[in-house]
Structures are given as structure tokens and as C-alpha cells.
Design a protein around this ligand. Sequence first.
Ligand code: GLA
Length: 415
Amino acid sequence: MNALVWADAASPEEGASQANALFRDAFGYEPRGVWSAPGRVNIIGEHVDYNGGPCLPIALPHRAYVALSPRADRTIRLISPQTRDAVDVLDLDVLGPKGGPGEVTNHWTAYLAGVAWALEKAGHGPIPGFDAALWSCVPLGGGLSSSAALECATAVALDEVCSLGLAGPLESPNDEGRRELVDAARVAENQIAGANTGGLDQTASMRCQEGHALALDCSDMSTRQVPFDLGGVGLELLVIDTRAKHSLADGQYGSRRADCEESARLLGVRQLADATDLDEAVAALGDERLAARTRHVISEIARTRAFIELLDEGPLEGRRLAVAGALMYDSHESLRDDYEVSCPELDVAVAAARFAGAHGARMTGGGFGGSAIALVDAEATTRVASAIARAYAERGWEAPHFIRALPSQPAGRMN
Ligand code: GLA
């Protein structure tokens, strides 16, 4: 059996120095600073953000690092390790929404440039052009919000170089201001990159706190920090990056959203979170597919509320741990069977984790590949990971990558 592949996060020093070096090589001068923002895993509350329900993400130690300097003109020059020899050049006066004349076809540049465009559009302008170098250790396409990390790192960078005063220092973040930065990051993703996602990822990257999970209520995007110290009770959250393809820009994500909007319309509610009686809603919808989608959303909202209540009661031990684990398994089954956003790689990871003794496991993020999570006894982490890797090897699949998820810091400036 081959060794397990651990995708550890780079240290902040390493990340900052990589972004710095890339900037210096590409542009020949020192950047104004380096800012960074984390990827996330959502513990529970999946595909409910755009339905106005609750989510419970944590920020990962894996971050995107952006070294940046403002320019005197409206040009944006971008470099990343993937495009080492070629600097991408954009014009802030020309770029515009996906499908229009100023469309930005290169995905990662759309995330960075899109944030400048969105900030200006929201009245925070004028935003100058800038030179930026990006270096990230958030696994790409792993369902861990690598794109939100880029957007949020850029947002806090522009916030500071333009003196917008929205992010506040890491020790005492400005939560109201951060909501505005989240909005800009989300507009960049929705309009410039063309992925109609719901705001969970950007909120997690911008508003999570170290050692805490973020209870996010997407009916009004209000948040509450919930202590999440798994280590204190001998637990770990294992992330399994299945390495299976994951893309939000393809049609599936949009078609799930459309199903939800259609269901809400038929039920006469503004959004599905307002339809509280599951049996009534399912009976009223008739249509089997819409009923199944709605069943997922309403039941996932209830599971997420129950999970948050468990954390509020105290650390995940004994009965609380058993119930929390069961909620995670139920969440996965609902996403697999009713919402139909899972895939064999995610299902096998969850089943193998369960068989190897995980307390709970589920897919996390948008689905169709990407990552799963498993709540495990710290001493059993390697055993559970090995069982999953074995199950993949038996099927001839590429080896999964593993991460130990520790709730980390939100977007901010690197010192
Ligand atoms: C992706 C989207 C989020 C959210 C999740 C599913 O990560 O970006 O907005 O909808 O899927 O919970």
C-alpha cells in the first residue's frame, strides 16, 4: 500500500515569501504588501445558502496569498505560478460581466480583477489599477473554496491600499465592513467569473475566526462564532480531497438553484427556508424531482440547526457526538439521494470512513467531486484515511489527498 498523501498547508511565512518572490520576479520591484485569505470546509448546511438557510463553515489553514501594489493607471497586471512566463494584462475600464463585451475568459484573473470591478461598482471607488502576484496552497478544484480565497485576499488587499477601512485588523475585525467585502467578492464570482454561487464561501473566508465554527444565517447573512475545539475532546476533522473533477460553472449547480427557485414559487414563499413544514411542502409540490430537492433543503436546514444547538450545549462528547455524527451521515444521504450532487468518489470516501469507525462523514461544498469530511477520533485518523485510500486503490482511482482541518484565521494582511 502506498503512503498516504497529506496536502498540508504552507506556513504563512512560506506563502507570503512565495507571493513576494513571484511579484519581484515578474514586476521588478517590491510589492506594497502581502494579504491572504483561507479556503473553507462546511461542516454541515449544504446547498442551503442560496435558499436562505443556515451553514456552519470553518476557515482552513490553507490560504491564497496575494502580493499587491496599486498603480497610477487603470491597468491590472497579474501573475501566478501557473502562468509564470506570461503576465496577464487587463484594463479596469474595459472588463465587464461574463457574456458581455468585457468578458474575462481566464478564470483565476476574473476572480482578482472582478473584485476591483465589484468594489467600484458598489461605490467604493475609484479603485486604481494594480500589479498582483498570486500564490495559493488551497487545493484547486477540491471544493475547498480556492476561488473565494483568491477573491477575499484581493478584497482585503484593495481595502487597505485604497484606505477603504472595511476589513479592520485581524485582532478586531470590522464585521460590518467585512460584509461589504464579502458582497464584492461574491459579485466578482457571480458576475465576472459567471458562477452563480450563494455567498457561503466568501463569508467563511472573510468572517470565520480561529478556533471557531461560523454559524451563518443566510436569511440575513448574520453570523455567530461557535467554539469548535475538536482537539480538546480528542477528535479531528479529516478532509478527503477526492481529486475528482469539480466545477461550479457547469450546469448542475445552476439547475439545482433553478429547481429550488421553482419550488419556492410553487409553494408561494420567497425562498425555501421559509417553507417550514416538510410534509406539507412535499405534498403540495407533487412533482417528484422538485419534492426531493425541497426535502433536502428543508431537512438540511433542520439538521444544521440541530448541529449548532449541540455545539452550543458543549463539546462533542458522548450523546452529543453520536447525534452530531448521525446528522452528518444523514446530510450526505440527503445530498446523494434527494439533491443528487454526490458522485461515486464522494460516496466511497464516506462509506469507507463509516466502516473504519468515523463518528460522522459527508460530502462538503458544491459536490460532483471535490471533498468529503469525516469526524474521527484523533488516534484513528490515520486508520480511517488508510481505509479510504485502500478503497480508492481497489477501484483503480487516483489516490485521494488528506487534510487535517483546524479552524483558522480569516482574510487579512500578512506581517
Ligand atoms: C458551493 C457554493 C456555495 C454553496 C455550496 C453548497 O461551494 O459556492 O455558495 O452553495 O456550494 O453548500
